[in-house]
Design a protein around this ligand. Sequence first.
Ligand SMILES: [Zn+2]
Length: 149
Amino acid sequence: MSSQDRALASMVALTPPDRWGKQCVAWVESRDAECGKDAKDGFLCARHATVAKNRWEKQQAKRQAQKQKRAQHRAEHMPDWLAERDRIDAELAKRTQPLTTDRAFSGGVGTGQHRKHLRRQFSDANVERVGALLQRRQTLEAMIGDHDE
Ligand SMILES: [Zn+2]
């Protein structure tokens, strides 16, 4: 039996595949039992094979439509997301700039300049903002996803 047979049968079966045999495994609601006719098409009788194929196609169409909708949504928002990520990266770079590359810091460790910079960089407000930026960036990354691939 192919995986396609399995996939089709799972559209109409209730029992797990390891219990499927030579009889049609489609669940018949009105009888509250499996169909039980000889399986002609994979795990299903001819009638239930048709039912399964119809359900399968409907599900595929639905998935396709959802995929298209997602792709369209992504395409519409991608420029904004990429721009926002750039802005966040720029702000993060500024807020987490190492002391040694900070032009304002030229007086050396222990000087007033240095202490001022430290206070600014490690102030609660800055730490909070950096945390929020990192979180937003992670969310953006997830939305941007495999855009670059
Ligand atoms: Zn059947």
